[in-house]
Design a binder for this molecule. Structure first.
Ligand code: AGP
Length: 614
């Protein structure tokens, strides 16, 4: 949720840290700060609000040291003000923290009893006190961190700077991600410690991913890793081949708009490794485990995910149950992890997470692992915590997604789920070659169909002014279009802060119909399928009560068009891929409404891209 950048090296820490934080602002943006050594002392500057406020504040500040830490915050404990902004400083210790210290009350009472002066409302500052207490006794930063590790409970990643030792940084984590960047030329002239590789990608492609309860110690030109018992570890290095272009706006006004437009390519990239384009078949290869063997033996699939990824999972259920006839459960990860779920033998637990770091999804995956389930992760970030936990891996291959509202990762996931359903069916000998070919050809047409639908961009940018007048939006769909209705409503809520509900169209008369009057817009996803007539009947009921209809249908659907204020026509496709194209107009509609209302599309209020606390 918060973004961390630590730097020790030959370049100017101020520039490196501020530029790194810019790449991490998606993780939290209510306050920011830096602590950098200058003339042998810690110079700490913090500002409430977005990073720009901090940038303005540090612009004319000089720093002559080579080490510093920075932070962009998403508040958990304590209001989002400057007092609570990181870094926190106690004595000679400064520290940045991402996560939650669960036993903070107990620690706080103990510190207050010892006479500590606590200057913020955060749990993070307490950790700085603990380290400061230790270091006064032993004058050793690494030892002090190792000593307090047992004292703190929760989810945290922390980087610590000691003013007295200006060539040293110590970091540790248990939960939220923390990655070490090593100097590109192997000179050991510089080190980065970041919450996300994006913050250091312009400087290096060499990264080391910390696991939970690991400590990293950087001093002078060397780096060492330890486990919680203080034993030295050998950590593997990963080379990342992402280009820095992937994390720039490339001329688009917002990251979200750029990501919307990337969808034809990102969906094609997602499918590419799993499809043979010569034979129009799906490949059944090794994805960490032997896909054919695992898919053949499973008796049940259980999806765990949160938010938009959960809606993708709901579509996964329709696909796998209908194509493979294997029973599928879907669970919001935060419920799954606490409801003592029954995970029968031969269950395949599939986690979906763009970031691969969502705390609840990670906990659900670990729980499933304890129960002996086979684990498959679908993530966009290779080597992320969830990815590392699973035996099987499928990747969204969407490129970096910066906009807090997930778009291209969602459509890529739906493409992957289509492929997965075909793979499971094929492994079980239940997929007729002719059907496989038809499904695959239909999938291969999707990138082009998304291109067509992106033309609604102009339409929504014009319609946004009119749509703003509605007090509420009811999104309706049946079958695979039901999760799309939920996703459309979520996009509108998180971006335009408008009241929106997603409903299964058949449920409308069981309550939501009472909401309908002429201030209510009804957005219906109604592709031509065997459920269309039923959905049209539901719409008649809503229209009769004054509801204004915005409909998304297939081709020139006259009956749907005649009852709608706005009608959007989608290209013809099979039901399996329809959700991938029908969500695009809903993404555009939310984007343009939010933009025309003057809201920050990339960084909606109160949210963060990667939710690493529960
Ligand atoms: C999507 O627009 C949301 N920002 C949010 O629901 C997101 O999908 C959810 O937090 C899960 O994230 P993940 O895919 O990274 O696990």
């Amino acid at each position: 949720m918060c973004g961390i950048v630590g730097y020790l090296g030959i370049q100017n820490p101020k520039t490196i840290i501020i530029d790194g934080l810019k790449k991490l602002e998606y993780r939290g943006y209510d306050s920011a700060g830096v602590a950098i050594i200058h003339d042998g002392k810690t110079k700490r500057i913090r500002a409430q609000g977005k990073l720009k406020a901090l940038e303005d504040k540090v612009q004319n500040e000089e720093f002559n040291g080579h080490v510093g830490i920075g932070h962009t915050r998403w508040a958990t404990h304590g209001a989002p003000n400057e007092r609570n902004a990181h870094p926190h400083q106690v004595g000679e210790i400064s520290l940045v923290h991402n996560g939650i210290i669960e036993n903070y009350l107990e620690i706080k009472e103990e510190l207050l009893a010892q006479g500590a002066i606590i200057t913020s409302d955060t749990d993070s500052e307490l950790v700085a006190h603990l380290i400061w207490n230790e270091i006064q006794k032993n004058q050793n930063l690494l030892q002090s961190v190792q000593n307090i590790l047992k004292r703190i409970v929760g989810a945290f990643s922390i980087v610590v700077l000691w003013e007295k030792s200006p060539n040293e940084l110590v970091a540790f984590k248990d939960g939220p991600p923390l990655i070490v960047g090593l100097s590109k030329d192997k000179s050991n002239d510089e080190f980065f410690i970041v919450s996300d590789v994006q913050a250091a990608l312009v400087h290096t492609n060499r990264f080391v991913y910390l696991n939970d309860r690991e400590v990293v110690h950087i001093k002078d030109h060397s780096i060492s890793y330890y486990n919680a018992d203080g034993e030295k570890l050998n950590k593997p290095e990963s080379i990342l081949d992402w280009s820095t272009d992937m994390v720039e706006k490339m001329g688009f006004e917002h990251y979200m708009l750029k990501e919307l437009y990337e969808q034809p390519r990102s969906v094609a990239n997602a499918m590419a490794p799993y499809i043979d384009t010569d034979t129009h078949t799906v490949k059944l290869t090794d994805i960490g485990f032997d896909a054919e063997t695992v898919f053949k033996k499973i008796d049940r699939v259980i999806f765990v995910a949160c938010g938009t990824s959960f809606y993708a999972a709901m579509i996964g259920k329709y696909l796998i149950e209908q194509i493979c006839r294997v029973p599928v459960d879907t669970d919001v990860a935060s419920e799954f992890r606490y409801r003592r779920p029954v995970i029968p033998k031969n269950s395949l637990v599939i986690s979906i997470s763009q970031s691969g770091e969502t705390a609840d999804t990670l906990a659900a995956v670990r729980l499933a692992k304890e129960h002996g389930a086979e684990l498959l992760s679908i993530t966009n970030v290779a080597h992320s915590s969830i990815d590392r936990e699973a035996a099987g891996h499928m990747y969204m291959n969407s490129g970096v997604e910066i906009g807090v509202a997930s778009t291209k990762a969602f459509t890529s996931t739906l493409a992957i789920l289509n492929i997965l359903a075909l793979q499971i069916s094929k492994a079980r000998g239940a997929l007729a070659p002719v059907s496989e070919k038809q499904y695959v050809q239909n999938l291969l047409a999707v990138p082009g169909q998304i291109e067509v639908v992106l033309a609604y961009d102009k339409y929504f940018s014009e319609a946004a002014e009119q749509l703003k007048k509605y007090k509420g939006f009811l999104y309706l769909g049946r079958g695979v279009s039901y999760p799309i209705a939920l996703e459309g409503a979520l996009k509108l809520k998180e971006l335009a802060y408008m009241h929106a509900e997603g409903y299964a169209a058949g449920e409308m008369k069981h309550g939501p119909l009472a909401l309908i009057d002429d201030n209510m817009a009804i957005v219906v996803v109604a592709p031509t399928d065997e459920l269309l007539d039923k959905t049209i009947s539901n719409l008649q009921e809503a229209k009769a009560r004054g509801g204004k209809i915005i409909s998304i249908g297939t081709g020139e659907n006259k009956s749907l068009k005649s009852m709608s204020e706005y009608y959007l026509s989608l290209p013809h496709s099979l039901w399996t891929t329809n959700p991938i194209i029908s969500v695009v107009p809903l993404q555009l509609m939310a984007y343009h409404l939010a933009h025309s209302l003057g809201y920050d599309v990339d960084q909606p209020r109160n949210l963060a891209k990667s939710v690493t606390v529960e």
